[in-house]
Design a protein around this ligand. Sequence first.
Ligand SMILES: Cc1cc2nc3c(=O)[nH]c(=O)nc-3n(C[C@H](O)[C@H](O)[C@H](O)COP(=O)(O)O)c2cc1C
Length: 206
Amino acid sequence: MSAELPYILVLYYSRSGATATMARQIAKGIESVPGIEARLRTAPPVSPVSEAVAPEIPEEGAVYVDHDDLRHASGLALGSPTRFGNMASPVKYFLDTTSGLWLNGAMVDKPACAFTSTASLHGGQETTLISMLLPLLHHGMVYAGIPYSETALLETRGGGTPYGPSHVAGPRSDRPVDDHERELCVAQGKRMARLGLALHAMREAE
Ligand SMILES: Cc1cc2nc3c(=O)[nH]c(=O)nc-3n(C[C@H](O)[C@H](O)[C@H](O)COP(=O)(O)O)c2cc1C
């Protein structure tokens, strides 16, 4: 990864791997657009046990996010498993540490999207995606869903919504990301890359 190229931050939390798989597909879509890169980062878990300490570097997967990853990003793709129809607490917990970025307007006029995975087909994908949109709007970001020109949105029998990519993992978390779901992750990544470049150029011109 070169230091000069703009990048879209793909920030996710995933316990059993489904959201992480989606994150990699979104990154693939971003990287298919010349001139911009994907930066994959994860949010550390939170624990109700106040003494619990996580290792500084995760045992596997993407490294933990820090505020500079967000500050210097040209856009944010935010991923979370659905938890009771809402985002998982590690994602919300991290967002709740970003008031410094909010005060400085660091994320204003940058594109954002959200993605999620559920166990069940009607288990709250849309509510989760909308709940993730709210703090991003407070940050002044420009939310980008998926347009219906992506025909997989009409054809899917699993996940995939105009509010962002989604995946139905099944009750045992063993349903693979299907072709439509993958296609929509890649399409969202491409859209984020194009918008990231366009809005980056707009901000540079000001
Ligand atoms: C505390 C908790 C709450 C959950 N709530 C929902 C829910 O509201 N709807 C749903 O369909 N699945 C729910 N799930 C299942 C996860 O959303 C699902 O397994 C998801 O695919 C996990 O993503 P991951 O593999 O990235 O961790 C819940 C799981 C947990 C642990």
